[in-house]
Design a protein around this ligand. Structure first.
Ligand SMILES: Nc1ncnc2c1ncn2[C@@H]1O[C@H](COP(=O)(O)OP(=O)(O)OP(=O)(O)O)[C@@H](O)[C@H]1O
Length: 278
């Protein structure tokens, strides 16, 4: 399966946020989408999921325009993992994962034993079967993120879209979640993942797409795409990209800020007090 955007534009009402971008995403690939806050990553993701109307161009799945697809049709093919979320009700973990089956269950029907099996298999795949009967609101942030990945897997998608899957995770859980993401590509799933850390794209993606002011600045292998010059364009800071070796003698690239960003002087305490008591 292949997801393709052709001259895709999206935004809110009259406001254009993403302007005429073209991109192809193939099964087995992890594509890291990088860009500054507000550059349009979430807007693009919401448009792919049919949550925002397409302003221009096309979204194609295996060459077919999905313009008139229902959200259930899209959900049978595209799984979505949002940034960390807390549901309003204390569902058990298995029930959260079973929600991934919704698009496959007939209206007014309950999940079948087969659906339960698929949900349990998804938990097992991520080594979190021990969370099956726990209350979702009472597990850690990292565990919740893994449960959301299990929910997306239970959906049996061919394409998985992740909006900053490591946001608010600690260092260890970031690495665990991203390692699972990389594994998914080996299961014939295409992954599009927005991320804030170039190192994550270097280690865990096959391709990096740099989104700048609603346009693709560059797309290609992370090594040739993520350069100090382009990071300066994206984020407005000077960075050195350094190659280091880990203890297994594997080469990794890391980004080091090369000099301090010049900050505006802070307001003096007296000025702040003037405002506070005005
Ligand atoms: N509901 C909305 N209505 C109007 N404009 C919006 C809405 N949501 C977001 N925007 C604007 O669209 C632009 C892109 O926002 P978007 O959330 O896609 O950015 P992003 O790249 O995902 O940012 P971040 O990295 O901070 O999550 C921003 O200027 C934002 O203010």
């Amino acid at each position: 399966m292949e997801l393709e955007f052709r001259n895709l534009s999206c935004g809110y009402g009259q406001r254009r946020v993403v302007d005429s971008i073209s991109l192809r995403l193939k099964v087995g690939e992890v594509v890291g989408l990088l860009g500054a806050n507000g550059c349009g990553k979430t807007t693009l993701i919401k448009t792919i999921l049919g949550l925002l109307p397409v302003q221009g161009g096309e979204i194609l799945l295996d060459g077919k325009n999905i313009k008139n697809w229902t959200s259930a049709q899209i959900a049978r093919v595209i799984g979505y993992i949002p940034q960390m979320h807390t549901p309003p009700f204390p569902f058990e973990v298995l029930d959260v994962v079973l929600m991934g089956r919704t698009a496959h269950i007939k209206p007014f029907s309950s999940p079948s034993p087969q659906d339960v099996k698929i949900a349990e298999r998804a938990l097992d795949m991520l080594n979190i079967s021990y969370l099956r009967d726990r209350v979702y609101t009472e597990i850690s942030g990292g565990e919740r993120q893994l449960v959301l990945i299990a929910r997306a897997l239970a959906q049996e998608p061919r394409i998985l879209i992740m909006d900053e899957p490591t946001a608010s995770l600690d260092f260890g859980n970031q690495i665990k979640v991203l390692s699972h993401v990389k594994q998914l590509a080996g299961m014939n799933i295409a992954v599009l993942m927005s991320c804030h850390f170039p190192e994550h794209a270097f280690i865990y993606s096959n391709r990096a797409v740099l989104l700048n002011e609603g346009k693709i600045l560059h797309s290609g292998t992370p090594g040739e795409t993520i350069t100090a010059e382009r990071l300066k364009t994206l984020y407005g800071i000077d960075v050195d990209i350094v190659t280091v070796k880990n203890r297994m003698n594997q080469e990794l690239r890391v980004c080091i800020p090369s000099r301090n960003f010049t900050l505006q002087p802070m307001q003096s305490m007296e000025r702040r007090n003037e405002y506070a008591f005005a």
